[in-house]
Design a protein around this ligand. Structure first.
Ligand SMILES: Nc1ncnc2c1ncn2[C@@H]1O[C@H](COP(=O)(O)OP(=O)(O)O)[C@@H](O)[C@H]1O
Ligand SMILES: [Mg+2]
Length: 289
């Protein structure tokens, strides 16, 4: 069985490099041939009215978020972990919520901000007033695309809301009700729709619990219902592997976001669970190996 692990052409963060290496290690332990490759080599492109690919492998572990390449690879018949659809749904936080809605999951009330195409236009006050009325203050403003807590803001006053909305106005973003305990969330990693590692994340200095924003992982068992909520997210979005962020509002799990390429280094360290091993096992099982 031959696998290609595809990472971003500009990969820099040590955590992302380590993630690819850990998956490669666990796949090799199970007899697979593996190479880690960067996108941008143009092995797959539109050529003579069709998609052509010279990627020579049985499956692809897709660790980037770019949405074009996975679509092209699938069109050439390759099995991707995660699928193009799942990557797309997770990459856009609003699209994730649209897909998860109506499935019995708890989602914080969320309003997609209308896009503004003119950098010189002023954000409309009436839009902000409606957001404030529906969600209350403080509320969360979030870029639809982003990770590691970058592009996620807590605004406490109308002035802060105006300032952030002005800053974000030309990129897709949303307004969301603030829920849970500031600086705390649950990160649940799921493989093949089953939770394989859970940790609490806590940040004493910031309302964002991301490890990259100064949060730390703590080994702990989530309250009942949290694991089921995470597994449901994975199933609805069709994810082979994911990290689900859940906020705890009085013991009730609220979905914060779902990551198709969640880093598992901290979760493996904190829980001692072999997340990469479970992922490798799942992929080889799906491929009939
Ligand atoms: N609606 C919210 N209420 C309270 N805290 C939130 C909310 N949305 C995000 N956060 C906090 O900010 C962190 C980052 O937000 P998230 O949506 O997961 O974006 P990112 O992709 O940057 O991780 C979350 O882990 C959580 O701690
Ligand atoms: Mg997150």
């Amino acid at each position: 069985m031959r696998a290609v692990i595809l990472v971003n052409a500009y990969i820099r963060a040590p955590g992302m490099i380590r993630q690819a290496e850990r998956i490669a290690e666990e796949l090799r332990l199970r007899g697979a041939e593996v190479s880690i490759e960067k996108n941008g080599d143009f092995c797959t492109y539109v050529h003579e009215n069709a998609i052509t690919s010279s990627k020579n492998c049985d499956f692809v572990v897709y660790l980037d978020k770019d949405k074009y390449l996975p679509r092209m690879l699938e069109k050439c018949g390759l099995r991707l972990f995660n699928s193009a659809r799942a990557v797309e749904l997770c990459d856009d936080k609003m699209l994730t919520f649209i897909e998860l809605s109506g499935r019995g999951l708890n989602l914080p009330d969320t309003l997609p901000a209308p896009l503004c195409y003119y950098p010189d236009a002023r954000v409309r006050e009436d839009i902000l007033r409606t957001a404030e009325e529906r969600l209350g203050l403080p509320l969360v403003v979030k870029k639809s695309y982003g990770s590691w807590g970058e592009g996620v803001r807590l605004v406490r006053t109308h002035e802060e809301l105006l300032q952030t909305a002005e800053e974000f106005k030309t990129c897709p973003h949303l307004f969301q009700r603030r829920v849970g305990i500031p600086g705390e969330d649950w990160r649940i990693l799921a493989v093949g729709g089953r939770a394989v590692a859970c940790m609490k994340r806590k940040n004493e200095r910031d309302f964002r619990s991301n490890i990259e924003a100064g949060g730390r992982g703590i080994a702990a068992e989530p309250p009942a219902g949290f694991v089921a909520a995470a597994e449901k997210c994975a199933a609805v979005l069709g994810l082979d592997y994911c990290g689900v962020d859940l906020l705890d509002e009085g013991g009730v799990p609220y979905v914060c976001e779902v990551n198709s390429n969640a880093l598992f280094n901290e979760a493996e360290r904190v829980t001692g669970n072999n997340v990469a091993g479970a992922f490798a096992e799942h992929m080889l099982h799906c491929m009939g190996a």
